[in-house]
Design a protein around this ligand. Sequence first.
Ligand SMILES: [Zn+2]
Length: 264
Amino acid sequence: MSIVAHDSVSAVPTNTAAAAATPSWMMRGKAAHDAYAREAAEQEVRREAQRRLHRFRIDVNEPARITFLDGALDEDGLLAVPSLYEHSVQLAGRWATFVCVGGGAEPCPICDSGRPPALVAAFTVIDHRPYTIRRGPRAGTVVVDQRKLFVAKKGTLARLQVKATALKGIDGVTMAVTRLDTGDGLSPGVGTEFDVVERTPLDVLAEKYAADGVPAVPADYEQEFPYLPASRLRALGLGRAPAASPAYGIAPRTFDVAALAERM
Ligand SMILES: [Zn+2]
């Protein structure tokens, strides 16, 4: 330990006057600029999210009926649906999903902050439940037969593959869905039980469930899962571990996406 002579302190070129004049809740300079940039980026992400399809989700013991608009089999007899690695993270107090960029040229900032991605497969469905719009100019309007994204993790995909193998695909298939409580509160939000009700030709569905003159066809998945480069993820503050979660206080590491895929 060393004792610094009193007069050496004044020799240190600091901006103490300005620092003292800035209360802890006020930002200046780079900190303020970063906050504005981050807010603008968050707004942009929210706007993009509004343009996307809602994701199908049910509560425990809530009955639902959905019709798959895709889910044909490939030549190997497997469901020919897009799969990708995705992060679910909290952004400005809401859950948001981001495509993992770990397979690209740069390491993924979200992986590096200690949050591993999930491997998901995407389908497009018609959700036959009536839904009352809560906000905006159409609040109170009841809508039915909404086109939604059905995002399945490994276990759900395996269940649907069993159905698809038996039926030679699940495209055009209407299913009754229920979500049973697995006891840990972690049952898949898309449901756990799938019972086949009927099958309808895709062209009939496209016309029957057309909305605003647009036929009900499978989603444009590149639009539904926008790929934000690492720089934009960092601009959203997603390169840091969430401060409120001490569980993430582990050393950051890059997840090996290929190794993760093998384990799933
Ligand atoms: Zn990642």
